[in-house]
Design a protein around this ligand. Sequence first.
Ligand code: DAK
Length: 260
Amino acid sequence: MSYKNLLVEVADGIAFVKINRPKALNALNRETLLELQQALKELQGKKDAQIIVLTGEGGKAFVAGADIAEMKDMNPTEALAFSRLGHETLGMIENFTKPVIAAVNGYALGGGLEIALSCDFIYVSETAKLGVPEVTLGIFPGFGGTQRLPRLIGKGRAKELIYTGKMIDAQEAYNQGIANKVFPADKLMEEVTQVARTIAQNGPMAVSMAKDAVNAGYDMGAEEGEVIEMTAWGNSFATHDQKEGMGAFLEKRKPQFKGE
Ligand code: DAK
C-alpha cells in the first residue's frame, strides 16, 4: 500500500496509518481524504491488521486542520463536495469494522481534532495542542465537530471551545474527557502500540460487534440500545471466535481467533 500523503505500515496485527504532509502540518486536503478512504478499504480485508492507529508524521502535528490553502478559493459547490468528502471519510473511520485509535502527537486543530473525534478513542502526547479554531477563519467546525464534540464532553464545554476557537493543552484535553490518556511525547507510540496489541489479541469479531453496539446504541434510549446489544450478543454465538474463545478457556489454552 503506497500513497502520496499517507504512510501505512502493518506490524503485529496493527496498521499504523500516518498522515504524511509534515510541511503543511499534515493538513487535510482532498487528496489525503481520498487516500484515507482508499487505505481503509484496503485494510478492511486484511486479516493481519486487526486495529488501526492513526497519527501524524513529523514531530509537530497530528493534523493542523483542513487545508486552508486548498479551501480558500472554493466556491459553494466545491465547498459542499469537500464537506461531503470529509463527512464520508470521518464516517468511514467512526463506523469502520475494526477499532481506530488516534495517537495525537502534536497539533490537532479544526478538521484535525474532528478526525481524532471520529476515532474510537484518543491518546495524546504531553506536547499536543487541541482545538477547533474554525471561527477565527470565518467558518465553523464542519466535519462533525458540532456533533461529536458535544456528545463527548457536553454542550457547554464544546460550545466554549467552538466559540472561542482557543487551543487547549494535553492535560486540559484529558480533564475535559477528550483524551483518554496523556503520555510523554517520546513514549506515545510505544504506549499506544501496547494498548493496540492487547486489543488485537482479543476476538476480532467480538471487538467489532462491541464497537457497532456502542455506536448504534449511543444516540438511542437505554432500552432500545439494550435491544441492539442483546441481538448482537446473541449473534456473536454464531461466530467461530466465540466457540474458540470459550473452548480455549475450558481447555486452559490460548485462543486462536480467526475473526470469523
Ligand atoms: N492548512 C494548510 N496549511 C497549514 C495549515 C492548515 N490547516 N496549518 C499549518 N499549515 C502550514 C502553514 O501555512 C505553514 O506553511 P508554509 O508557510 O511553511 O508553507 C506550515 O504549515 C507550518 O505552519 P506555521 O508556520 O504556521 O507553524 P507554526 O508553528 O508557526 O504554527 C499552528 C502552528 C498550528 C499554530 C499554525 O500553523 C496554525 O494556526 N495553523 C492553522 C490551524 C487552523 O486554523 N486549523 C483549522 C483549519 S480550518 C468543512 C469542514 C471542516 C473544515 C473545513 C471545511 N466543510 C464542511 C466544507 C475544517 C476546517 C479547518 O480545519
